[in-house]
Design a protein around this ligand. Structure first.
Ligand SMILES: NC(=O)c1ccc[n+]([C@@H]2O[C@H](COP(=O)([O-])OP(=O)(O)OC[C@H]3O[C@@H](n4cnc5c(N)ncnc54)[C@H](O)[C@@H]3O)[C@@H](O)[C@H]2O)c1
Length: 429
């Protein structure tokens, strides 16, 4: 491969303009000639109008960006670098669903040129880039992988809704099929991040590094969720225990919770699948998954155990995490189901979710405004997602919403020091 010199004219295509792809494309467009491609015409139309439904890029930045967006394959021919940021979900049996990755390769294959570099950022298990993506790109392009075009892998680490660890600040792990590819990626990513790059030993190492970052978090949360279950039965609050244990210098600070979303609750299954392919039983990884997947029902059972009769419960929070509109794979929905199956009526409010998406995905009519909810109409208010605006709800609002003897159920320890009258009960994990 002749050394590629990056210039402001270098054509870069970002494939998949979601939570990961859009911020990356906008950041790259400050330095290069960037085209963002997405198969969703609706997403492209919204972005052309300056609207990012993921709330990662504000309208002013989007409108001011030189990024061009398209859903037409004709617009993405002959770029020097293609960066693939498409989803990597699991199917109903928790098996990796590589359909979007394969489909992106089928789209990109015919348009790549000689010396194009195709970099994958989607989270996968070790081997996907070399064994699955490379061959599809070669077949669709008629070019030879590693000679005519080249592969790279650079995992994405951003967090939806996290305004601190943004794409322009985090350290990027990079890897490529040849040292020249890694040099290009070094220059490319250093142009957008002040966090610098780390050159992984090879593509599989970079793939493995990403998937274990999230599997490690899942297992640690699984441990805390398991001790939560034990301590609930012992009448001890896990938050009180964690506060005490956290005074030790090397205690790891994880908190209990519902592990949903597109990454932590999904990526361990990718690693587990790879382990199974090579006849290794991934016991710790799958135990963590099983505990975390059972947490929503456990919490529902604990809440209902404290309520007599079949009242109405107000759930605050539907998204998979705080301060972010992302509803994908949210476990709040399992908790709601757990409350309903135990005979309770459930109203749901969310300070960040799009009501149209809540209806479309879950058939839930979100309550638009807490202030409009009837006085004393709930037997319990359950804090499921720690959106900032929920942390500030005063005790008087619970007093207004709850019937006498009602329960504040605080899953995220948002209201630990709330002032409330004696006749309102409070329970936390
Ligand atoms: N969301 C995160 O914060 C995060 C963080 C780190 C890593 N990741 C990983 O990054 C990848 C992308 O995640 P995301 O959250 O941005 O997903 P997303 O669902 O927000 O966005 C993906 C976009 O890709 C588009 N798309 C799907 N198939 C396509 C195709 N064949 N060609 C072109 N576009 C296609 C979709 O229309 C969508 O707009 C996943 O592998 C994920 O695990 C995500």
């Amino acid at each position: 491969m002749s050394a590629l010199k990056l210039t402001p004219e270098t054509r870069i295509v970002v494939v998949g303009l979601g939570y990961v792809g859009l911020p990356l494309a906008v950041a790259l467009a400050k330095k290069f000639n960037v085209i963002g491609f997405d198969i969703s015409e609706q997403r492209v139309a919204e972005l052309k109008d300056g609207f990012d439904r993921t709330e990662e890029i504000e309208k002013e930045r989007l409108v001011a960006s030189t990024l061009k967006v398209t859903s037409s394959v004709d617009d993405i021919k002959d770029a020097a670098v293609y960066i693939v940021t498409v989803p990597t979900p699991v199917d109903k049996k928790n098996k990796p669903d590589l359909t979007p990755v394969r489909s992106a390769c089928e789209i990109v294959g015919p348009v790549i040129g000689k010396n194009s570099i195709v970099v994958f950022e989607s989270t996968v298990y070790p081997g996907v880039t070399d064994e699955i993506c490379g061959p599809i790109l070669a077949e669709k392009s008629g070019l030879v992988c590693g000679e005519d075009f080249f592969l790279g892998y650079s995992p994405e680490r951003i967090n939806p809704g996290d305004k601190v660890h943004t794409v322009d600040k985090i350290t990027k792990v990079i890897s490529g099929q040849t040292p020249e590819v890694v040099d290009v990626l070094d220059e490319l990513y250093c142009a957008v991040t002040t966090g610098g790059v780390f050159r992984a030993a090879n593509i599989r190492v970079a793939e493995a590094a990403k998937v274990i970052e999230n599997a490690q978090r899942d297992i640690n949360i699984g441990f805390v969720n398991e001790i939560t279950m034990i301590f609930q039965k012992l009448g001890i609050s896990v938050y009180d225990v964690l506060e005490a244990a956290g005074t030790k210098w090397n205690f790891l600070k994880f908190t209990p919770g519902l592990v949903g979303g597109h990454c932590i609750g999904v990526d361990p299954y990718y690693l587990a699948e790879r382990a199974k392919q090579i006849n290794h039983d991934p016991r710790i990884i799958l135990s963590g998954r099983a505990i975390n997947d059972g947490m929503a029902d456990f919490v529902a059972e604990r809440i209902c155990a404290q309520l007599s009769g079949n009242g109405k419960i107000l759930v605050l929070g539907l998204t998979f995490k705080e301060n972010c509109p992302d509803l994908r794979n949210t476990k709040a929905i399992d908790l709601i189901a757990g409350l309903k199956v135990r005979g309770f009526q459930v109203d749901v409010h969310d300070a960040a979710a799009d009501p149209v998406e809540a209806k479309k995905f879950f058939n839930i009519d979100l309550k638009p405004d807490l202030a409009q909810l009837k006085d004393h109409s709930y037997t319990a208010v359950v804090g499921v997602v720690a959106h900032d605006s929920y942390k500030d709800i005063p005790g008087s609002e619970f007093e207004r919403l709850l019937e006498p003897g009602g329960l504040i159920a605080d899953i995220k320890a948002m209201w630990q020091n709330i002032e409330k009258p004696q006749y309102i009960r409070k329970w936390q994990l």
